[in-house]
Design a protein around this ligand. Sequence first.
Ligand code: DQA
Length: 147
Amino acid sequence: IKVIVVNGPNLGRLGVRQPDVYGRQDLAELRRLCTAWGAELGLDVEVRQTDDEAEIIGWMHQAVDEKTPVVMNPAAFTHYSYGLADAAHMIGDAGLPLMEVHISNPSARDEFRKRSVISPVATGTITGLGFYGYKLALEAIAHLLAA
Ligand code: DQA
């Protein structure tokens, strides 16, 4: 089963962007880890990243059409993109799991990070555990698909 792991704006800068918050590992390392974790779970994981709201919305439409479960770190779009929230809503409407992941714990940070417009339409949300959160999200998807 194919699963996409979608990362939003500025996550292409992992490793150099605020390493105290997001760690020293880069996107290539996240890609390597998610692919390996997925393989252990029998999932064919594809890791994507974009800074473009239109592109990430298009990926949601494609996931609906292809019936692909989604792990998503919407990054800053989390806090204000109703366009992405509407697209994410369609993932749930299609009966597909959508796991929201944040590397940091946004609730413990700036005021504007305390609200997620994605959480209400996500199957579940994992925050504050670094890259390990993606592993838990993939395990949750494997669990949900087996149920
Ligand atoms: C983030 C948290 C967001 O507030 C922020 O805009 C990001 C990354 C995280 O993974 O902790 O870019 O989603």
